[in-house]
Design a protein around this ligand. Structure first.
Ligand SMILES: *Cc1c(COP(=O)(O)O)cnc(C)c1O
Length: 222
């Protein structure tokens, strides 16, 4: 296994290059997706100043939080079953997978403080992907006005599994456009300034298209 410091300097260079090319201002934060690695490896990420860690199962998240004593910012990036909300909702800093009203209702019931949420969109329309259809995203966000524990900080998507860069780029630019539409609504509970998109195989494209959080597992810690 390569050192995380080496992977990181490679990836950070690529991100810096992609940022120079893009027309959007703003920072890009790396979420080290640790779902498939040990707590030791996650600690190595923290030692490299990667404070954002991503997990996609309640069990993995809770185990890592138990074992890692250093301070991390925890991102829950997987789909979340309604009955598991109570296990994780007060243990995380960000939820990347808000995609239905029943989940919002359960969060409202269980969260002690407002939760920073990304609304997950299925921009590519692939059957296998979670998330709201593109045209449902804005009505869904509008329906969240009733909740006091949900803050929509941004939108999240996963690109389709394809070699065709133009298809991937279109998904990311569509999400950026949708985000701008939400920003323009000026909803107090939905500033929607963030865009969570880009993984090991497509983070450069995501950054060029406006990502503010990239979620990188394999290429960084794998
Ligand atoms: C696993 C996972 C990632 C990271 O994937 P890699 O290809 O390993 O970088 C990012 N986002 C989500 C939602 C994931 O489940």
């Amino acid at each position: 296994m390569a050192k995380i410091s080496e992977n990181l300097s490679y990836i950070q260079n690529k991100i810096d290059e992609a940022q120079k090319k893009r027309k959007y201002d703003g920072q890009v934060s790396i979420i080290a997706v640790t779902k498939e690695v040990s707590s030791e490896r996650a600690s190595e990420a923290l030692e490299n100043n990667l404070f954002h860690l991503g997990e996609n199962r309640p069990e993995g998240l809770l185990a890592k939080k138990e074992e890692i004593k250093d301070k991390a910012i925890w991102h829950y990036i997987g789909s979340l079953q309604t009955r598991k909300v109570k296990l994780v909702i007060n243990e995380i800093d960000y939820l990347h997978s808000l995609d239905r009203l029943s989940l919002a209702e359960e969060i409202e019931k269980r969260a002690e403080n407002p939760v920073k949420c990304f609304v997950q969109a299925n921009v590519s329309g692939e059957q296998s992907k979670h998330g709201l259809d593109k045209e449902d995203v804005i009505p869904f966000i509008q329906s969240l006005a009733q909740f006091t524990k949900i803050q929509v900080v941004g939108l999240m998507t996963m690109a389709p599994n394809t070699e065709d860069e133009s298809v991937i780029r279109k998904v990311f630019s569509d999400l950026k456009q949708l985000q701008q539409e939400v920003v323009n609504l000026h909803l107090p509970y939905a500033p929607c300034n963030e865009l969570s998109m880009g993984m090991s195989n497509d983070y450069e494209i995501a950054v060029e298209e406006g990502a503010t959080f990239v979620r990188i597992g394999t290429a960084l810690v794998g």
